[in-house]
Design a protein around this ligand. Structure first.
Ligand code: DSN
Length: 430
């Protein structure tokens, strides 16, 4: 088995190098369709593996609790400058270790325990940190949840879109201190302006969680929430294609509180190697080629959704305007659950995740939905035609899921496709 060209320095550790070789093989011979994943560039990988991992730097540039941070200060400042320029923001904090940390830091910075937040319900597309009973967020703050409009059979207006009447009604009734826009399983464009209007009507703060669409915003494929929101939090590893981690941008008036909530409020020493890699990805996202990339992500997702619909998979909300398609499996096959579909597709070399759909009768562990995304395979160079082929492969594997020979044939077709679309070969061509 060949191994990644990036693993050459891990010597005398056969167990780990063998595992890394297996993962390199998995990532480059199977299709990566998890909507929250991507292939980071070799430069991002190199910065993540750099000697900056050695440095303790609690605090912020110019105000550290350890010596020896002259260079690290410049690295973190570079990341902050690039990020504020990318989104046109007043202030950036690049230290959050993850999107969840970033979200909790924002709540901690701008709210008191027990304050009310109006956010999207988990089973309608919201994130765990948007007040799921399983998350610490629901224990510290009082969440009220909005949802999507009911599904309709009218193809011109299929429903399952953010219900702004519901958002406004709940805002007027509960007077939340913060309204939270943003989702984790929602395939439509989220306009920040109507959220701002409702927030202004009741004097609430507006937070935008752009974890999934940060890259689409950076590339100009989606509207920038920064002029509308008090604070925007996101992950850097999804459509933005950076290292695993989080970041926050905010208005100047909130900067001090946000910084204090991240450190020392939530975290200790920042991961300066990850911050350096974030700086790399912010520079990459500012290039004109990144805008071409994010437009292609959306075009690919739209072609994918349409091709899957032809195969009998209902697209929740009737389609997509971002990088993901949320599939309702019940019309394709009433017996097929998201859990089984994910497992069958894993056997066929197609990596996806089961997902609840609005008003799902099945549990979050079983689900009636499957979420697929186009960001990673677009990085690998795939276009609309390849996504149409993938839709046919998904359909074939799921229709014949009891037939191991057919699932193995799909696996072989997938491997053949992947040979022409190795993401790292593609990066070296750029
Ligand atoms: N787990 C991420 C996702 O897959 O959308 C959100 O944090």
């Amino acid at each position: 088995m060949t191994s990644s060209p990036f693993d050459a320095w891990i010597r005398n550790d056969d167990e780990l190098t063998s595992l890394l070789a297996q993962e390199w093989h998995r990532q480059t011979t199977t299709l990566q369709l998890i909507a929250s994943e991507n292939f980071a560039s070799p430069a991002v990988l190199a910065a993540t593996g750099s000697i900056l991992t050695n440095k303790y730097a609690e605090g912020y540039p110019g105000r550290r609790y350890y010596g020896g941070n002259q260079v690290v200060d410049e690295v973190e400042d570079l990341a902050r400058r690039r990020l504020t320029a990318l989104f046109g923001a007043d202030h950036a904090n690049v230290q959050p270790h993850s999107g969840a940390n970033a979200n909790v830091a924002v709540y901690q910075a701008l709210l008191e325990p027990g304050d009310t937040i109006l956010a999207m319900r988990l089973d309608q597309g919201g994130h765990l940190t948007h007040g799921s009973p399983a998350s610490i967020t629901s224990k510290w703050w009082n969440f009220v949840s909005y949802g999507v409009t009911p599904r309709s059979d009218d193809p011109a207006n299929p429903g399952e879109l953010i219900d702004f009447d519901n958002v406004r009604e709940l805002a007027l009734q509960h007077r939340p201190k913060m309204i939270l826009a943003g989702a984790t399983a929602y395939s439509r464009l989220i306009e920040p302006a109507p959220f701002r209007e409702i927030a202004d009507e009741i004097g609430a703060l507006l937070m935008f969680d752009s974890a999934h669409v940060a890259g689409l915003i950076a590339g100009g494929s989606h509207p920038n929430p920064v002029p509308y929101a008090d604070v925007v939090a996101f992950t850097t590893h999804k459509t933005l294609r950076g290292p695993r981690g989080g970041a926050i941008v905010c208005r100047e008036e909130h900067a001090k509180k946000i910084d204090s909530a991240v450190f020392p409020g939530q975290q200790g020493g920042p991961l300066e190697h990850a911050i350096a890699a974030k700086a790399v990805s912010f520079k990459e996202a500012a290039q004109p080629s990144f805008a071409t990339y994010t437009d292609q992500i959306v075009a690919n997702a739209q072609a994918f959704g349409a091709a899957l619909a032809k195969e009998g998979f209902r697209n929740v909300s009737g389609g997509t305007e971002n990088h993901m398609v949320l599939l309702d499996l019940r019309e394709f096959d009433a017996e097929l659950t998201g859990k089984v579909a994910q497992e069958v597709l894993d056997r066929a070399g197609i990596t996806t995740n089961r997902n609840t759909i609005p008003d799902d009768p099945r549990s979050p562990f079983i689900t009636s939905g499957l979420r697929v995304g186009s960001a990673a395979q677009t990085t690998a160079g795939m276009k609309e035609g390849e996504f149409e082929t993938i839709a046919a492969l998904i359909s074939r594997a799921l229709r014949h899921r009891e037939d191991d020979a057919i699932v193995a044939e799909v696996r072989a077709d997938v491997a053949e496709m992947c040979e022409s679309f190795n993401p790292y070969a593609n990066f070296t061509k750029q």
